[in-house]
Design a protein around this ligand. Structure first.
Ligand code: T1G
Length: 693
């Protein structure tokens, strides 16, 4: 949490040291500024090198400090950079591995920049709903030029150091020692005067107004609800249209505006939540993980094929098992077709396609999969079928193999009990399409081994998934919450809304897809099967019958050509269907309900707060470890709008007392018994606390 100071000959070396990525928090900034002052006071020191310890030069400002007094406390990042830039001795930034955000801005305030090749250089602030707030918008264009700098700042994407020669005074050989090389460079330039300052350069871009206007229009069209991209354009524009100091003031003003926006707080929440999700309190970070060098997947249907692709994409060989050759052939053909469509879109090379298909083998016999390190079953969602599969796996799989079920709602503890090795059984709930959706719910059974859980979390990273740990309950985290959301959607139809109005209100709120279009996509018969089970197991839970009536009409959704809506071949648009709407209106009459006009606000509150309330129950039951895990489930698996941070974060933004007031209002309405406020919500609201505390 500091910065080390050493002197090598006539060169002082200041090493930022705030693991894991040298985020420039207050303690680090203070130590580094002290180091510069110490070097300036030492006549034996002719030059100064600043570098970073461990796996980064610096990942930027310490985002853990944001919206706390430390973030802006002196010495601020601005002061640190100004201290380097105004030094009377040359300051050299020695860059390696990662140099991002405030780290890159610090280097731009130094007189010289040297680097190892392969360092990831970026100003990624826009991905946090911000803009480079320590001079990056004014200095980077002065080094790289207006257009390359604008592209880097608006995209936030990293560029390897060797591709940015204009940024560096020297790029060393890959095997060079960064400190030694930078010290040697510093000795060479120690007496060069005047000291080169980026701020003294000019941005030369003839006809810049036309380019900036084009950039504004382009960025406005693609940034949706996020204000930061356009602010990036406007502040970079200031590097051309304003004097340096005025540009810096303008940048500061816009940065301080953005850091208070809900959009930025949501993006920062998502950034940390994704990383926190892989931390399990009772599973130490150094828990040994099992080696996963090969996988087997049972079931070559849509889910099995997608799951297999995840392993193939990560370079892990897969043996695909089916009961019938034609199912196997069809599954493999679908995998190849998916890769070929990526090839056509330029997202995959032929070489990669061949490499991945080369890792895929298939079999009709369980005897052939026994040596796999993990087996994932994606067979029919029925306990009897799962039982047969897991009893067989218990027979054939080598000791230490992980036995994973892709069940979306069934009891993982019951499945584990079909084997003599429940400690090796875990749920890996992929979301359809499994090769696309980032979310992976990792369902921890009562007897799941800690090393098995740690292995599944490490594997989710390798498969480029967002792994979220769930306890065992019906529907785990995501589906248990979506059931309440779907219940409210159905009740809204009975009371006066139609599918199109509900979907439009949900999509205006920011959901990728409203509940009825989502049902038509996933298949309305899936929910129908679950409700039929519920009617027997939990008769106290009421549902609108509209969805059942729809299925009785054979309207399962896109797969049957129509569901809540009609669909035309090759057209993804959903067209309202008169018979369906007539059925809905008739059903209200049959229930003796006088249909009423329902506001979009009520629709959104009932859909979103039903998620929040169920999420609070899931939290207090310990099914989810933390509210931010629930947010990650909804941001990465259910199309919840990223700029609102997830259902739990959104509830905190609205204010829990306001959420409760709405819930209490709906509890007095139609099917009001569905609204029992979660005790945790009542408690937190009463204490003025947050779900994401
Ligand atoms: N501050 C604090 N912690 C950070 C951090 C940061 N800038 N970046 C990463 N971490 C933590 C992260 O939470 C995780 O913690 C650990 O480091 C490893 O991260 C004024 C205002 C740097 C490319 O946006 O892109 O400068 O979970 O798992 O895959 O203009 O982290 O271990 O406790 O991602 O090797 C701008 C964000 C800040 C960079 C490393 N900088 N970070 O990737 O590891 S705003 C960023 C990243 C700013 C100025 C503005 C990546 C990485 P834990 P990781 P990784």
């Amino acid at each position: 949490m500091t910065a080390e100071y050493q002197v090598h000959g006539a060169v002082a070396v200041i090493t930022l040291n705030n693991p894991p990525v040298n985020g420039m928090g207050l303690v680090t900034r203070t130590a580094a500024v002290k180091g510069i002052q110490q070097a300036l006071a030492d006549d034996a020191v002719k030059a100064i090198v600043i570098t970073g310890a461990g796996k980064a030069f610096s990942g930027g400002a310490d985002i853990k400090e944001f919206n706390t007094p430390a973030a802006l406390a002196e010495p601020s990042l601005h002061t640190f950079i100004a201290t380097a830039e105004s030094s009377t001795k040359p300051v050299v930034a020695a860059i390696h591995t990662v140099c991002m955000g405030g780290g890159l801005e610090l280097s731009l305030g130094c007189h010289y920049r040297v680097a190892l090749p392969g360092a990831q250089i970026a100003l990624p602030e826009v991905k946090l709903g911000l803009l480079p707030g320590a001079g990056g918008t004014q200095r980077l264009p002065r080094v790289l030029g207006l257009e390359p700098a604008l592209n880097m700042i608006v995209s936030g994407n990293p560029v390897p150091s060797e591709k940015l020669p204009a940024l560096f005074d020297q790029i060393f050989a890959a095997d060079a020692d960064i400190v030694q090389s930078a010290v040697a460079f510093a000795e060479k330039i120690a007496d060069v005067r005047p000291l080169p300052k980026v701020r003294d350069r000019k941005v030369d871009y003839p006809n810049h107004e036309a380019f900036l206007q084009f950039s504004r229009n382009t960025v406005k069209a693609m940034s949706g609800p996020f204000p930061a991209p356009l602010e990036c354009v406007e502040t970079v524009a200031a590097s051309v249209t304003m004097k340096f100091e005025d540009g810096m003031k303008f940048e500061r003003e816009r940065f301080l505006h953005l850091i208070q926006t809900t959009e930025s707080k949501s993006l920062r929440h998502a950034f940390f939540s994704e990383r926190t999700a892989s931390k399990v309190p009772d599973v130490p970070a150094d828990t040994p993980v099992r080696s996963i060098k090969s996988a087997a997947v049972i079931g070559a249907g849509m889910m099995g094929g997608g799951i297999a692709m995840n392993f193939l994409n990560a370079g892990i060989p897969v043996k695909l098992l089916e009961t019938r050759q034609e199912a196997l052939d069809k599954g493999i053909a679908t995998i190849r077709k998916n890769y070929e469509s990526s090839l056509k879109k330029g997202k995959l090379t032929q070489e990669k396609l061949d490499q991945r298909m080369g890792l895929l083998t298939s079999t009709l016999s369980y005897d052939d999969i026994g040596q796999a390190d993990i087996v994932v079953e994606a067979v029919f969602e029925e306990m009897g079928v799962k039982e047969a599969v897991f009893r067989k796996l218990d027979e054939v799989m080598k000791p230490g193999a992980i036995l994973a079920t892709n069940t979306s709602t069934l009891d993982v503890d019951k499945i584990a009990a079909f084997t003599k090795r429940p400690q090796d059984v875990i749920g890996t709930h992929f979301f359809s399409p499994a090769n696309v959706m980032k979310l992976l719910e990792i369902v921890r059974g009562k007897q799941t081994g800690k090393d098995v859980l740690a292995t599944a979390l490490a594997l989710s990273k390798k498969l480029k998934k967002t792994g979220v740990v769930s306890g065992v309950c019906d529907g785990f985290i995501g589906n248990r919450m979506i059931e309440q959301y779907s219940r409210q959607a159905g009740f809204l139809l009975e009371e006066g809304a139609l599918p199109e109005q509900v979907d439009k209100a949900a999509e205006k709120f920011g959901f990728a897809m409203g509940p009825f279009r989502m049902g038509d996509l996933a298949g309305n018969d899936i929910g129908w099967a679950i409700r039929k089970r519920r009617y027997v197991e939990k008769p106290e839970i009421t549902y609108s019958k509209t969805a059942d009536l729809l299925c009785e009409m054979g309207r399962y959704g896109q797969k049957t050509g129509g569901g809540w809506y009609d669909y035309k071949a090759g057209d993804r648009k959903a067209y309202p269907n008169e018979q369906v709407n007539a059925m809905i209106v008739q059903h209200s009459a049959d229930l003796g309900i006088t249909r009423r006009k329902i506001s979009d606000e009520e629709i959104v509150e009932r859909l979103v707060y039903s998620l929040v309330n169920e999420g609070a129950l899931i939290l207090e039951e310990g099914i989810a470890l933390r509210a931010s895990d629930i947010d990650m489930v909804y941001l990465t698996g259910y199309g919840f709008p990223l700029y609102r941070g997830g259902p739990m974060f959104y509830a905190d933004t609205v204010g829990l007392p306001n959420v409760l007031a709405a819930i209490n209002k709906y509890a007095k309405g139609h099917q009001g018994q569905a609204w029992k406020p979660a005790p945790l919500l009542l408690k937190l609201a009463a204490e003025g606390k947050l779900l994401n505390s």
